[in-house]
Each structure stands twice: as C-alpha cells, then as structure tokens.
Write a protein that binds this ligand. Structure first.
Ligand SMILES: Cc1ncc(COP(=O)(O)O)c(C=O)c1O
Length: 394
C-alpha cells in the first residue's frame, strides 16, 4: 500500500502495481484510453492457448466468454442478467438500433444535443435517407452542457428516440438524464443513453433511470481496450424489435443454418449480427473485473476529490475551465484551455504526461482510481513549465 502526497492512506493505490503503464508515464488519459491491466496479457494468452490447443472446440469456451463479458458490464451499470449484449463499438450499436426503427409515421424525429459524440450524430443524420427527422439542439451558451430545457422542449409527440450521453465527451459534463428520460417517456419517446464517459467513473444505474437502451465501450474508464462495446436493452422491450442490421448470431438457432429468413433469438442476442469479437472479450475482462470489484461509488469519491484538486490549480493559474465546477455535474475529466494549449498537449505527451486535446475545448486530463495526488500536481506543474518554455521554432 502506498501513501499519497497528502499523507492520507489511499487504499486504491494498491491497484497501481496491476497497471504497468503507470511506471512509464503520468497517465492522465483514461477518458480516452484506460491503462492496460497486467492481467489482460494473461487473459489474451488464454484466448490464444484455447485457439491453438482446442481448435474449433475453443468455441465451447469462447461463446460463454461473450455472455460473461456482458454480465460483468451489466453488474457495473445496474442491468439485470440477460439485458446486455456485447457489440464492437457504440457506432455499431447505434446502427443496429437505427435499423430497428420505422420512420413512416408522424413519430420520426430523432432529437439530440449538438454536444453528443460525433459518431452518434453521423449515424442519425444518415437515417434521414430512410425518412428520419434528426433534430440537433444547441448546447448551453458556454458549450459545456446541453440546454436541458431546450432539449426537453424539442422532445415532443413526434419524437421517436433521444440519443443522450450520460457524460459529454468534450466537457465531461454529467447530463440531467433523469429529467430528459422523464420528458421523453411522458411523450412516448425512447432514450438511448451513451454511457461511454460515465460507466467506470460515475455511478450509473440503467434500471433506476428507466432508459430504453444504453450503450458504451470498454476502451476508456473500463480499461478494457477496443472491440468490447455493449448494448443494454430494457428487458420488457427486447422482443419488440427486429433489427434490419442482423446476422446469423441474432438467429434463435444459429447452428441450425436455416434459410431463407431470420428468426430472431428470443433474447438480447437478437441484436447481434455476425461473429462476436472474441479476443476483445478476453482483453476487456480484467478491467471490468477490477472496476466491478472497487465499485463505482468508491471510484467516484476519489475522482471528485482529485478533479477538485486539479480544478484549484486551473483556477490559480487562470486557465479557462471547460468542465463543470460543481461536483454534481462534473464527470471524471478536467478540461481547461489557454492560448497555445494544443501545442502544450503535444509536448506533454512527448514527455510522457499523457493527456489529449480537443479543438474548442482544450486539454482533457483525467485521474482514475490508480492515480496519486502527486501525479495530479506533477501534471499541472508540467503544464505551467511548458507554457513558460515556448517551443523552439525550427
Ligand atoms: C460519449 C462517446 N460515445 C462514443 C464514443 C466512441 O464511439 P465508438 O465506440 O463507435 O468508437 C466515444 C469516444 O470515443 C465517446 O466519448
């Protein structure tokens, strides 16, 4: 167990030895790519061992690994058994959901905030070709959060679906999902909650929120690498949909190889198309297990403490804060900006202070459960040093 700089014991620092990357960098980029857990390597080796030793019989292990991965995610997001299925990524999830919808009636609006992750917008804009009416609602004046009132006002009796981020990628603002879901349901619209920036750092409970669908991926706060995205479908809704984007793994009996038409699985597997990305299930296992073991509430408590610590430094230095100040609305990332921030972000990464930069928002940095207070301070010291030391022009 280690002591952090404020000399209070932080039991979460015991996890540090499970993340080899932490010895090689000041890792402040878990909102984009969570650090690799040591056990991911062993699990990947297990995947390969099964392949080489069991050959085709490896499917006996590989298919249950998909269900196990979905179960681990389900426990993190408050989803009951059998309501989550793995998908390659959020874009694929949105495409499958879009293919469930019919836009021929009056209820054909897809209403979302301009602050959503762009991939989500690309999918729903493309649905205009099939008759959907995408309505993009501007965010608040500072571009930090959605304008909840305006969003709610745009959600009406002609709204079919509201894609909503639980935490916005650019500002790390927590959205008022409860209010938006209430409004959507009051007028008969459905909600798909994108939890990519919340699950693993901000507690989320899809059952309590009553969302119709939810999705996310393992790349970021779940420390699981790419390819292990997920889709939650509210149990009472599952049988109402027949996705057009489909395939043999969505069939009630894939290994019966029947033709010609699809007979959908009587489970959440009906939302699956082709062969699942098996290697990604092994790769994502350790991260989801660790996050599940620590628990979202414990991670959140530490995250709030450390992001508040960084925020003080942002204020003291006079940088422009691009994420919410209030704990209630602040996700796991602190976003801040100043003239020349893109170049400073580039140089931070060169010096192994890992972070990223988004145009119009600035530097995004995130402590996670494995971060020390000293690392938060060192990161902010390095930002100040780099600002003071302008890059050499060649
Ligand atoms: C909120 C949010 N949704 C979706 C994505 C990514 O979508 P995909 O899984 O399709 O790559 C990201 C970030 O990469 C994100 O921050």
């Amino acid at each position: 167990m280690s002591r952090n700089s404020s000399s209070t014991i932080d039991p979460l620092l015991a996890w540090r030895e499970q993340f080899p990357a932490l010895t090689q960098s000041t890792y402040m980029v878990s909102h984009s790519l969570g650090a690799m857990p040591r056990a991911a390597e062993q699990h990947m080796q297990e995947f390969l061992r099964l392949w080489v030793e069991k050959g085709i019989v490896a499917w006996e292990d590989w298919l249950p690994a998909v269900t196990a991965a979905a179960g681990r995610i389900g426990r993190i997001i408050g989803a009951p058994e059998g309501s989550v299925i793995m998908q390659p990524n959020v874009s694929a999830v949105m495409a499958v959901l879009a293919s469930c919808l019919d836009y021929t009636g009056k209820r054909n609006k897809i209403v979302y905030s301009a602050l959503e992750f762009p991939t989500v917008s690309y999918v729903w804009q493309a649905e205009a070709r099939r008759g959907a009416r995408p309505i993009v609602v501007p965010g608040d004046a500072e571009g930090i959060g959605p304008d909840t009132d305006r969003l709610c006002a745009a959600i009406d009796e002609e709204t079919l679906l509201v894609p909503l981020s639980h935490v916005l990628f650019r500002s790390s603002c927590i959205t008022d999902a409860e209010t938006i879901v209430r409004r959507a349901h009051a007028v008969g619209a459905m909600v798909v909650l994108d939890m990519y920036q919340s699950a693993g750092v901000v507690p989320v409970d899809v059952t309590r929120l009553g969302v119709d669908f939810a999705c996310g991926g393992s790349v970021k706060w779940l420390c699981g690498g790419p390819g292990a995205g997920y889709l939650y479908v509210r149990p009472d809704l599952q049988q109402s949909f027949a996705p057009r984007v489909t395939g043999w793994f969505g069939h009630e009996a894939p290994f019966a190889f029947t033709m010609p038409e699809q007979r959908y699985a009587p489970s959440v597997w009906r939302f699956v198309a082709g062969t699942p990305t098996i290697a990604a299930m092994y790769q994502a296992r350790a991260g989801a297990e660790i996050v599940g073991e620590i628990g979202a509430a414990t991670i959140r408590e530490k995250s709030l403490r450390q992001t508040a610590r960084v925020l003080q430094r942002v204020d003291a230095a006079g940088y422009r804060l691009g994420s919410p100040r209030k704990d209630l609305w602040r996700g796991g990332t602190v976003v801040f900006d100043f003239v020349g921030s893109a170049d400073v972000a580039r140089r931070l990464n060169q010096r192994r202070f890992l972070c990223d930069h988004r145009p119009g928002a600035g530097i995004r940095m995130s402590p996670h459960f494995y971060t020390t207070d000293a690392e938060c301070d060192a990161f902010m010291d390095e930002v100040a040093r780099l600002i003071a030391e302008p890059p050499a022009h060649t």
